[in-house]
Write a protein that binds this ligand. Structure first.
Ligand code: SF4
Length: 329
């Protein structure tokens, strides 16, 4: 299967609408062409600044506009981040992701985040950040400090976007993704299902991701975890099979990307998670918390891995590091 970024919505819909078992089978076949079938990439996510976010994402406990009972925290110290990163490495994570609840990083925050990137990178881990919108200069400096990935989700379809977020536009998201790409970083971008959207919106999200000039290297497909106090607290729960369909189609249309199981995973049974892996998911967050929502704990993941015969992927050496190694050899 060749990589394509000219997918049409009709093609994506035809994949999505297949009988479920045909879809999962096709996704697994594609998966095996590109990835080792029993290896899962494991990341750890740490919130470096929690809550009081000026944005109004209707699903999020960190928005200052909703009364979600979340306790806001100021920026956490770099030393604390480093000790968390070391612990994550020891428990098998290859990538350390750091998230801040900002609309965009303020210039005064840049030295803080750049130092953090350098120090986590020095531990031999892959680094990822999610800090909101970036301008080109910020993206360039993060890349120069050693940031491997930048997470910036499209969340949902272009058509449904304004129902979920009104403080920025879909095109703002795409602009930041452009800056991240231009800087040379890898892109982590996906979305959330179960926001009250319809099937066309899930197809629309997949379409936007798969028609980016380069597919995101990492595609998180989250399932909404409804949070009391947010506008989506009582949204109707989406069938797990719809989530699995979204994962399977993502695997088929972006065959080289890591498809990540993120928020929502803790509510899945082991067999549902196994089905998601069967559908081509091959990356997950480990740890008890995903920024502020509960996550499947490390102990449970280790048991699941043992039960299913899965192994965690080792960190990859980037082209930049190989170049540095070659120069110093
Ligand atoms: S999802 Fe991010 S940008 Fe939106 S309110 Fe939450 S922290 Fe802010």
């Amino acid at each position: 299967m060749t990589l394509r970024n000219d997918w049409t919505r009709n093609e994506i819909q035809a994949l999505y609408d297949q009988p479920f078992l045909d879809l999962v089978f096709q996704a697994q076949q594609v998966h095996r062409q590109y990835f080792s079938a029993n290896t899962i990439q494991v990341s750890t996510l740490l919130s470096i600044k929690t809550g009081k976010c000026p944005e109004d994402c209707k699903y999020c406990s960190q928005s200052a506009r909703y009364d979600s009972k979340l306790e806001a925290e100021k920026r956490i110290a770099v030393e604390k981040v480093i000790s968390e990163a070391k612990a994550a490495k020891e428990s098998g994570s290859s990538r350390f992701c750091m998230g801040a609840a900002w609309r965009n990083p303020h210039e005064r925050d840049m030295p803080y985040v750049l130092e953090m990137v350098r120090e986590v990178k020095a531990l031999g881990m892959e680094t990822c950040m999610t800090l909101g919108m970036l301008n080109q200069s910020q993206a360039d400096r993060l890349y120069d400090a050693g940031l491997d990935y930048y997470n910036h989700n499209l969340d949902t379809s272009r058509e449904y976007y304004s129902n979920i977020i009104s403080t920025r536009t879909f095109d703002d998201r795409l602009n930041t993704l452009d800056h991240v790409r231009n800087a040379g970083m890898k892109v982590c971008s996906g979305g959330i299902v179960g926001l009250g959207e319809d099937k066309q919106d899930r197809i629309g999200l997949l379409y936007e991701l798969a028609t980016l000039p380069i597919h995101p290297e990492s595609v998180p497909i989250n399932m909404l975890v409804p949070i009391e106090g947010t506008p989506l607290a009582d949204v109707e729960k989406l069938e797990v099979t719809e989530w699995i369909r979204t994962i399977a189609v993502a695997r088929i249309i972006m065959p080289q990307s890591y498809i990540r199981l993120s928020a929502g995973r803790e509510s899945l049974s082991d067999s549902d998670q196994a089905l998601a892996f069967m559908a081509g998911a091959n990356s997950l967050f480990s740890g008890d918390k995903l920024l502020t929502t509960p996550n499947a704990g490390e102990g449970r993941d280790q048991q699941l891995f043992a039960k299913l015969g899965l192994v965690a992927e080792k960190p990859k050496v980037s082209v930049r590091e190989m170049a540095v190694d070659a120069m110093s050899a």
